[in-house]
Design a protein around this ligand. Structure first.
Ligand SMILES: Cc1cc2nc3c(=O)[nH]c(=O)nc-3n(C[C@H](O)[C@H](O)[C@H](O)COP(=O)(O)OP(=O)(O)OC[C@H]3O[C@@H](n4cnc5c(N)ncnc54)[C@H](O)[C@@H]3O)c2cc1C
Length: 457
């Protein structure tokens, strides 16, 4: 139980309405998209780095754990206060400090919503690469902490590829600045890029200098269906082994096709067993030349049906089908485990055929789709009841899937991170010595282990 004196201290140093301790006010800050919920003892807000620093210094001196929170859209319990800790929400630190197109950079506070930044950049014909589907709600701080990205990561990368520098508060309450404002820089160790994917365990990000890029003014969208997933994999590989990298390259398996067809009546032909949705981007004058080139590459492979969307309405129809998958999964009800593993794309066929066998072996329906160009597949295990989801059968199935992924040189998480939900599987991918090294690094940043304690590593 958090002593009253601590809450009184926070009320003294923070503005009015920046400290919540009533359960009714705190409740909504106790969960994320993992559906875990732990009631915080108190919720704090900050509007600048100095306020964050004051809070962390006090927590350091009093051994109080802190859970950092963006908007709580994470999938793995990262912003859930599992130790009933103080939640520090950065949603009020939402200023875009500077957009500097000449130097291709933007400086933002961590609570800026991804979409808000993209909208401001779009006015200047620029964009920031990372585009998670949650971009209307999730924050840049959360995006960086989880290294979150979406379909265009294949061409424009994740936060790790699109960050130049950061300001952060360490677990002792010290303020640090890392990185550069240039596209090159080799002075000292790269402490900037250790942050993307570190899930808030090293420090609290209070400012980020992001690399931004000019927007291409044209896009072409293509949907291809296949007679089996091997044909789809071969096309994905041939698209990735030529110089015209797609802007987006999404894969949809047979079960996903069936699901989409229940919502978007007969979007796909009955014969379609898997599908790829891809886009290329470029300048107006070149885009149709690029399209011809991409179509030639696709046509060298086996496929079932090829659709090129020429009108905006047709583009929207193709994307709506892809986007209807998550709601469709929700609609069939039941209970789901959503994994986001990634494998080298040359192993996609092996992955998909083995997942098919695992699905039959455990009698669990598995629906696969995702960012094919990154080999990042959302593997959804569907159950009819909560008991089935929590059963040993389900645990063994998941265990076999993770072993398969590691055996295929893949990774347990392409974009959602480890948080608390996946911690039990960490040692499948990271050996004990490496994990020890990581924990020692955490100790340097957070010697009393008060930041997102017991998460990620
Ligand atoms: C509908 C939906 C769609 C999604 N689609 C995608 C997708 O396409 N791709 C994808 O990668 N993810 C996706 N996600 C997951 C989620 O949106 C991302 O992980 C997102 O980046 C989390 O941002 P957030 O602001 O909600 O952070 P939170 O969930 O609040 O926090 C996430 C982690 O970051 C830490 N953190 C937050 N802010 C800071 C900070 N300033 N300093 C240090 N640590 C911090 C937290 O402690 C926590 O560990 C989706 C989620 C939903 C609900």
């Amino acid at each position: 139980m958090l002593e009253k004196k601590h809450i009184k201290f926070f009320e003294r140093i923070l503005p009015k309405d920046f400290v919540f301790s009533e359960p009714g006010d705190c409740w909504a800050y106790g969960y994320d998209n993992s559906k875990m919920h732990v009631m915080p003892e108190c919720v704090l807000f900050a509007k600048d780095s100095l306020q964050v620093q004051d809070v962390v210094k006090y927590c350091y001196n009093n051994n109080l754990p802190i859970t950092t929170r963006g908007r709580g859209t994470g999938n793995t319990g990262g912003s859930v206060p599992i130790d009933n800790s103080i939640v520090l929400s950065l949603e009020k630190m939402n200023k875009i400090v500077e957009i500097d197109v000449k130097n291709r950079l933007a400086i933002v506070q961590p609570g800026v919503i991804n979409k808000v930044l993209q909208d401001e950049l779009k006015k200047l014909n620029f964009f920031w690469g990372p585009d998670p589907s949650s971009q209307d709600y999730s924050t840049i701080g959360g995006n960086i902490a989880n290294n979150s990205a979406g379909p265009r990561a294949i061409k424009y990368g994740t936060p790790r590829d699109n960050i130049l520098g950061i300001e952060f508060i360490s677990g002792t309450g010290q303020i640090f600045k890392t990185g550069v404002k240039t596209s090159k820089g080799v002075v000292g160790l790269d402490l900037t890029r250790i942050f993307p994917g570190s899930e808030g365990i090293l420090g609290i990000l209070t400012k980020a200098t992001l690399k931004i890029l000019p927007l291409n003014n044209s896009v072409r969208t293509i949907e291809i269906t296949f007679n089996n997933f091997d044909e789809a994999s071969q096309t994905i590989i041939s698209l990735m082994t030529q110089p015209l990298t797609p802007y987006k390259l999404e894969f949809i398996d047979e079960e996903s096709i069936k699901l989409i067809n229940t919502i978007k009546k007969n979007h796909y032909d009955e014969s379609a067993r898997s599908a790829v949705l891809l886009e290329i981007d470029g300048e107006n004058e070149y885009i149709d030349l690029m399209l011809d080139k991409i179509l030639k590459i696709i046509k060298k492979n086996k496929y079932n049906k090829l659709t090129v969307a020429n009108e905006k309405i047709e583009v929207e129809r193709l994307w709506e089908a892809r986007k209807s998958l998550s709601p469709a999964l929700r609609e069939i009800g039941g209970y789901k485990i959503n994994e986001d593993i990634a494998v080298p794309i040359s192993n996609l066929t092996k992955l998909l055929s083995s997942l098919d066998k695992i699905s039959k072996k455990y009698n669990i329906k598995i629906v696969n789709f995702g960012h094919a160009g990154n080999g990042n597949i959302h593997v959804n295990l569907l159950f009819k009841t909560e008991e089935e989801k929590k059963s040993n059968n389900s645990k063994n199935c998941l265990d076999e899937i993770f072993n398969l992924v590691i055996g295929l040189d893949g990774t347990l998480s392409g974009e959602h991170g480890i948080g608390i939900i996946k911690k039990q599987y960490l040692e499948k991918e990271i050996n004990k010595e490496t994990l020890k090294l990581m924990k020692n690094i955490k100790k340097q940043f957070d010697p009393k282990n008060i930041l997102n304690t017991n998460k990620s590593i």
